[in-house]
Structures are given as structure tokens and as C-alpha cells.
Design a protein around this ligand. Structure first.
Ligand code: UT7
Length: 332
């Protein structure tokens, strides 16, 4: 492999838990309705992990499937990156657990924390490592067990989230989706708009912390909505400008699957027809870091991409963090 080879995703695989939590199920838990949830978010149902399924186990299964699709073995992997905001443990990393579950004995392993933007941040990290020549085969896993941090008595948040994982094998050669252009950003001054305030070193676990519910995911939905629309539209435009391509040269847009209305608003701003915006939000809800990756995997299984076709990924999450990426299908 030459050192100036461009990184590309040569195989993907996903894992969604079997258990379905529908809007009707949520009506029995909190004061809400199928009509409210669907009209405000576009969601119908989401998947929920079993008690014995974790970010690591779901991520490892997605990893096995991705390696099989790519025609690679666990021995080929020299770095595992796991994007998650719901790690099995505060320490050590979930990537280390995935390394052990896959018996990927030649791999280094670390987590990437960028909340819902995690997949784009991890894929960018993989790109940098591959293109520097330091690693040759990186397994990027995005895995979330959001049900473990959601308060199922809070109707503002519990209707939104689901669990699931997706993995991508990234190398510098072979047919796949080449990572052409990346645009990432962050604004830590707005950390408290989407967060889990308790359980870390600033507010360690205690009876008082549990009593106050600080271990649960909290979000100022209306504020976040405004930032999400603004940041996703602008980072996507920056990415297109950097790539030197116009919106009509993009075959598919795969945005963060947080809310159908947000997706419609951002794509309107740079004029992409709704039917070219790929959506899984109705069936999986918001699966945080894994959402864009699950949707991208779903897209490539439903629609074969020809060489030269481009896909635009757009993400937004807590931090705040955001990002966009232009991928181009290349031949081997
Ligand atoms: O993944 C990270 C990024 N996350 C996002 O991008 C999410 C961004 N935010 C959103 O998608 C939306 O803000 C939500 C879907 C979370 C909420 O939709 P909204 O249209 O912004 O509703 P709202 O928060 O302004 O609430 C409107 C009303 C409120 O009642 P009042 O105060 O107007 O009387 C809420 O109490 O709807 C009420 N409400 C509900 N009603 C029925 C809030 N949640 C529910 C519910 N069922 N589940």
C-alpha cells in the first residue's frame, strides 16, 4: 500500500437488538401519544438491548459482520476505535473489550467520545492513521446502549432513543467508499445542553446523585434543535465547498437520525430533494453515535453505489460536536 493511499470503507456490518419499543409501548410508560411522537420526530419504533447486551457485545457483533463483508479476518485489524457515549465501564475502554471479543490480537484499541457525532469523529481518526501510514486496517465501531442512560419517566427524552451498533472496516486499498473530505467542529461552551451530569469525576456516584437523577441523559430539546439545524447545514456546506462539489453531485445524504424535521430543514437549506435523504429514524429512533453508521450500512445494502457516486454524511451531537463528510465510491 502506498503512503498516499486514501482511506476508504471497504465493508460494513450492523447489529440491532431484537426487542422493539413502539410508540404505543411508550404511551403506556409516559403521558405521550403515537401522534405526538411521529409528528414531532418521524419515529415509529426503536430497538432496545437485552440486559446481557452491551455497547461492547453489540459492537463486537457488528465488527464480525463488517469484517466478513470486507473479506478480512480479526488478525488483519491493527487498530480498533469505538465511538460511544454509553461505554460498558467508565474505564477501561469499550474498544479494549471489543478487541478481546474479536480476538484481534494485533490491534491497538481506544474509544472516541463525541456523543452523536462519534462515528464521523472516529472515521476521521481512522482516515488520519491510514493516510499517515501508521496503520493499515482500522475497525471503526459505533455502538450505543442508550436505554442504559435514558430516564423512562421523562417524556422529553425517553421517546427519542434506541440501541444499536455498526462497524466499518477502513483501509487504504480496495473497492469501497473513499473518505474524500471532512469538516468537524465543536463548541464546549454549550456542554450543558446535552449531557449526563453525574457519574464522572466532577459528580461521582453517590446516593444523593442517584436521587437527583444526574446519572440520566438530559437535553434541552428546543435549544438543541436550533443548534442542530444551524450547525449541520453549515458544516455540510463547508464540506461540499472544500470538496469542490455541488449538492446535485451528491447521490445520497445520510444525516444524524435525531429528528425527521431537522433532516428536512437542513437538506432544504442546500436544496437536496427529500427522496435522496436516507432515513432510518422511523424504525430505529436516535441511536446516537451509531445512527449515521447504521443508516449508511442500510443505504449501501438497499442501493448499490456505482463508481464515482458520492454520499454526504452529516452529524450533530453533545459537546457540542458536529461534522460532515463527503464519501466517494471507488473501484479497487
Ligand atoms: O442526538 C443529539 C441531538 N439531538 C437532537 O438534535 C434533538 C433536538 N430536539 C428535538 O428533536 C425536539 O426538540 C424534540 C423532539 C426533543 C421535542 O420537540 P419540540 O417540537 O421541540 O417540542 P418541545 O420540547 O418544544 O415541547 C412542546 C410541548 C411541550 O409542552 P408545552 O410546554 O408546550 O405545554 C412539552 O412538554 O410538547 C410537550 N412534550 C410532549 N408531549 C407529548 C414534550 N415531550 C412530549 C411527549 N409527548 N413525548
Amino acid at each position: 500500500m502506498s503512503n498516499n493511499a486514501k482511506a476508504r470503507v471497504i465493508g460494513m456490518g450492523s447489529y440491532l437488538p431484537e426487542k422493539v419499543l413502539s410508540n404505543q409501548d411508550l404511551e403506556k410508560l409516559v403521558d405521550t401519544s403515537d401522534e405526538w411522537i411521529f409528528s414531532r420526530t418521524g419515529m415509529k419504533e426503536r430497538r432496545i438491548a437485552r440486559d446481557d447486551e452491551h455497547a461492547s457485545t453489540m459492537g463486537a457483533e457488528a465488527g464480525r459482520r463488517a469484517l466478513a463483508t470486507a473479506g478480512k479476518s480479526a488478525d488483519d485489524v491493527d487498530l480498533i476505535l469505538v465511538a460511544t457515549m454509553t461505554p460498558d465501564y467508565t474505564s477501561p475502554s469499550t474498544a479494549g473489550l471489543v478487541q478481546q471479543m474479536l480476538s484481534a490480537k494485533n490491534a491497538a484499541a481506544m474509544d472516541v467520545q463525541a456523543m452523536c457525532s462519534g462515528y464521523l469523529y472516529a472515521l476521521t481518526t481512522a482516515k488520519a492513521y491510514i493516510e499517515s501510514g501508521l496503520y493499515r486496517c482500522v475497525l471503526v465501531v459505533a455502538s450505543e446502549k442508550m436505554s442504559s442512560v435514558v430516564d423512562y419517566t421523562d417524556r422529553n427524552t425517553c421517546i427519542l432513543f434506541g440501541d444499536g451498533a455498526s462497524a466499518s472496516v477502513v483501509t487504504g486499498e480496495g473497492a469501497g467508499l473513499q473518505v474524500d473530505t471532512v469538516s468537524l467542529g465543536s463548541d464546549g461552551s454549550l456542554a450543558e445542553l446535552i449531557w449526563i451530569p453525574g457519574g464522572g469525576s466532577r459528580c461521582p456516584p453517590s446516593a444523593e446523585m442517584l436521587e437527583s437523577g444526574k446519572h440520566y441523559f438530559q437535553m434541552s430539546g428546543r435549544e438543541v434543535y436550533k443548534h442542530a439545524v444551524r450547525r449541520m447545514a453549515s458544516t455540510a456546506q463547508t464540506c461540499l465547498d472544500t470538496a469542490g462539489v455541488t449538492a446535485d453531485q451528491i447521490s445520497w445524504v445520510v444525516p444524524h437520525q435525531a429528528n425527521l424535521r431537522i433532516m428536512e430543514a437542513i437538506t432544504k437549506s442546500f436544496v437536496i430533494p427529500s427522496e435522496r435523504v436516507y432515513k432510518t429514524v422511523h424504525k430505529y429512533g436516535n441511536t446516537s453515535a451509531s445512527g449515521v453508521a447504521i443508516a449508511l450500512d442500510d443505504l449501501t445494502r438497499e442501493h448499490a453505489l456505482s463508481a464515482g457516486e458520492r454520499v454526504l454524511l452529516i452529524a450533530f451531537g453533545g459537546g457540542l460536536t458536529w461534522g460532515a463528510m463527503v464519501l466517494k465510491q471507488v473501484e479497487g
